[in-house]
Design a protein around this ligand. Structure first.
Ligand SMILES: Nc1ncnc2c1ncn2[C@@H]1O[C@H](COP(=O)(O)OP(=O)(O)O)[C@@H](O)[C@H]1O
Ligand SMILES: [Mg+2]
Length: 143
């Protein structure tokens, strides 16, 4: 990752805010398109940002998402204020979900978000402290 930053944005994501859920990831998609990044990269980044954003809405008390565009990579990261993940390996398993009935009625809770984020990333890391919060970082290489 080069030090130079081409673009940088921060988004606050509120718990249970279904009305605007998806707007931060839509903005990220728009910015990456405007910067002229290749369509396949924009598609992957949009999936990552959308899944991260929805997870903040339905699984956390709230948090923040960050976009950082460098000449050779795009980094999307989140940090939240809890509740944290007790078993990260289990959370990363396809089909595993703790989404509640409200989230499921809205079509969320397939348990594919984190696995898809990892699949779409060139570099992926997740750190969580149960009771405190979760930090996730996804990097996509440019070119
Ligand atoms: N930021 C987060 N904080 C707490 N738990 C999370 C977070 N992101 C994901 N999880 C946990 O990991 C599980 C799997 O996430 P995901 O693969 O996105 O599936 P889904 O969102 O459909 O449940 C969630 O059901 C939840 O238990
Ligand atoms: Mg999810």
């Amino acid at each position: 990752m080069t030090e130079e930053i081409v673009a940088s944005f921060d988004y606050q994501i509120e718990k249970d805010d279904f009305k605007i859920a998806g707007s931060a990831s839509s903005h990220i998609k728009k910015i990456l398109k405007q910067l002229g990044l290749p369509n396949p990269l924009v598609r992957r980044a949009s999936i990552i940002a959308y899944e991260l954003e929805i997870n903040l809405v339905i699984h956390t008390v709230g948090g923040a998402m960050h976009l950082e565009v460098h000449p050779n990579c795009v980094v999307i990261s989140t940090e939240d204020m809890g509740p944290g993940i007790e078993d990260v390996d289990q959370a990363m398993t396809e089909g595993y979900s703790t989404a509640n009935d409200t989230a499921r009625e809205m079509g969320f809770g397939a348990g594919m978000g984190l696995p898809n984020i990892r699949r779409c990333s060139d570099e992926f890391s997740i750190r969580s402290t149960f009771g405190t919060g979760t930090w996730i970082r996804s990097e996509i290489h440019v070119g």
